[in-house]
Structure formats: C-alpha cells, structure tokens
Design a binder for this molecule. Structure first.
Ligand code: FMN
Length: 199
C-alpha cells in the first residue's frame, strides 16, 4: 500500500522534505569560491552531480540566492572539493548562514591550499578538488543550477590505486540523507557491467 501524494496538494516545504529524504544518498560538493573583494567562502551543496563527461562539466544547485552563487556568478570560478567523512563537523559548520564578509575557511577552521588554475582555494583535507570555470547558470523554480567546466583535477596521491583512479574507501566520502541525517560509504559491491560500457 502506497501513500499517494499529488504534488499540487503539497505545501512546497513538504515536497522539498519528501524529495530530500527520498533521493538519497547524495554526494556533497564542498564549494569553495572567492568574492570579487577577496573573501573566501565555503559551503556544502548536495544537489550535485556530473552534467557532461566530454567536456567534463559538473553542476550544483543553489536553492535561492546565496553567497556561493553570488561569488561564482561574479568571478566565474569555483572549486568543488569532495567532502570527506573525517571533516563532517567542519562541513556542517560551513552550512551556517554567516555574513558574506566572513572568511568561512577561518570561521570553520578549515585548512586551505592554493588552487592550480583558479583563484578560490582548495580544502587541503579534501582528497579530490575539481577546479572549475563557470559555464552557465539555469534558473529552474527556486533553484539556480550552476554548471562549471572542470579545468583541473587535483587528487591526493594517497587515495589513488595502481589504475590511476581513487579507491572509494580511501576517499571516505560523506553523503547527505534527509532530515539531519548523513552517511558514510557503507557496504561496497563490485559488479561487472553486462556489456562493454559506453560511459
Ligand atoms: C550537507 C548539506 C548539503 C546542502 N546542500 C545544499 C544544496 O544543494 N543547495 C543549497 O542551496 N543549499 C544547500 N545546503 C545549505 C547551504 O550549505 C547553506 O545555505 C549555506 O549557508 C550556503 O552558504 P553560502 O551562503 O556561503 O553560499 C546544504 C547544507 C548541508 C549541511
């Protein structure tokens, strides 16, 4: 027996809570950006995925206007740092609503390192940093989808296997669930694709 919920009858906040508690787990883009005035900003975004493989384009969605979105549209640069479970408290801290003049790396005591090709810094403790140039934004309802061309990928050598790819357990990603729930990687399964994959 299912509960049938016509969306037209749902208050928007209920639809949002139902979607975020159902579409799980979500990886977290820890988005680093720098304002035109030079203030560094860091904020988690779990509405995040790959938009294109070739060229490599990734996307995250800002629900409404936020400092990360303002910085990215102003400077056209950002870095998506993959969010490790080990830094869950700092990741959560950077979701606090703070004044745009506050440096959120300092605020959450997150160590930064210079990026290779963009101005916003990387999170030193994040195993994978994707340095991006803004391609475009798309406004969809109260969401602003930010699409960025990945210009440079920086991976901690310690998480790389012999095939040059990161080992999942070594990345130790943290995922966002619904409510105030988060999750680690959980059980890992290895299953071969039935056909030679195209991607
Ligand atoms: C794990 C997690 C994931 C989040 N994902 C999103 C998201 O996808 N989009 C969004 O707009 N806000 C998201 N938020 C809330 C933002 O991080 C929060 O609004 C933050 O203050 C935005 O910072 P900024 O104003 O510095 O950009 C998330 C919060 C947490 C804790």
């Amino acid at each position: 027996m299912r509960r049938e919920l016509p969306v037209a009858d749902l208050p928007p906040a209920d639809a949002y809570r139902l979607l975020t508690a159902s579409i799980i787990p979500r990886p977290i883009a820890w988005v680093s950006s720098r304002s035109a005035g030079g203030v560094d900003n860091l904020a988690p975004h779990s509405f995040f995925t790959v938009a294109s493989a070739a060229p490599p384009v990734i996307q995250f969605t800002s629900i409404g206007p936020k400092d990360s979105l303002a910085n990215v549209t102003e400077t056209r640069e950002f870095v998506v740092c993959l969010a490790p479970l080990a830094l869950i408290d700092q990741i959560n801290l950077t979701s606090a609503r703070v004044d745009p003049h506050v440096d959120e790396f300092d605020f959450a005591r997150v160590e930064r390192e210079p990026s290779a090709v963009v101005a916003p810094p990387r999170v030193a403790g994040s195993p994978v940093a994707l340095e991006c140039a803004l391609r475009t934004t798309l406004e969809i309802g109260n969401g602003i989808v930010v699409l960025g061309d990945v210009l440079h990928i920086a991976i901690d050598e310690a998480v790389l296997a012999g095939d040059g790819l990161p080992v999942a357990e070594a990345l130790g990603p943290v995922a966002r669930l619904g409510r105030d729930e988060w999750a680690g990687l959980g059980e890992l399964l290895r299953i071969e694709r039935p056909h030679r994959p195209r991607a």
